[in-house]
Design a protein around this ligand. Sequence first.
Ligand code: NAP
Length: 291
Amino acid sequence: MNVLGHTKVLGVYGHPIAHSLSPVMHNAAIRALNIDYIYVPFHVLPENLPRAVDGIRALGIAGINVTIPHKERVIEYLDEVSEYSKQIRSVNTIVNMDGRLKGDTTDGPGFVRSAEAAWGKIDGCRTLILGAGGSAKAVAFALARIGCEIVIANRTHERAVELVESLGKVYEAGTFRAVELGGQALREEIGKTDLLVNTTSVGMYPDADSIPIPPDLLRGNLMVYDLVYNPGRTRLVMEAEKRGARAVSGLKMLIYQGALSFEMWTGMEAPVDVMEEAALQVLGDISSSKA
Ligand code: NAP
């Protein structure tokens, strides 16, 4: 990769940032398409966020991904924000349009696109989302936009109720409900579900033996999507597959949200297979170094 005076700079702002797979994925895509870009990780402390955003303008950085903990706060420093980002109060992609910074989020759309790559159209499907945090919100709003019925079950029930209320303010109320995470209500709900999405961190390394719901609730005719991507195959994914369900791991969402950002910046179709291969390589190296 030759970095020259006209090379366009892309990157990611986060704290911490060392673990991010985005530089690996994006630089692999840049190499595969042989385009004049480079993607750099930037460790941005919360107190430096306003200056770091100004730096995009000052340095002519072409595009930036924004990750934890800056996704909400960055909004106040941008010139323009998409309607969807306003709804979920989150930005993960900044496009520099001749000094004007536009924020958008590809997390939810990346989820939908990766789910459709695995299963075909999911418009209007009955969805049960486990969790009510930041990623649940991104996924729920993206699914609501394509007409899905959504039920939310979260450990802290009030957060599920809040998410349902915020969905109902934007989309047709009544299509969204909250249920308790444990007990009979969940059992009944899952019987009516097409798509089960885990957006909790349950099952994430090092607690890889954990599972967000009892495995006996899983059935063969479910589509199961686990946002957790480390380990690559979570216990939820394995238990679902054991019962004949079709399951997708969180790495797909990570790849597709990156692919959509890449397309916003470059105007080119992202080579998702190349990006996935590069991310898998690093995840493989990490797990073998833990073994
Ligand atoms: P978050 O905003 O902190 O929300 C965490 C959620 O997990 C909350 O609903 C929380 O419930 C629930 N939770 C945490 N520990 C739990 C436990 N022991 N039992 C039951 N519920 C528990 O986090 P987030 O940003 O949404 O991320 C959640 C997960 O998604 C993480 O594993 C993250 O790596 C993954 N993720 C993946 C992608 C991807 O591209 N694949 C993107 C974003 C996030 P309470 O409300 O009760 O605390």
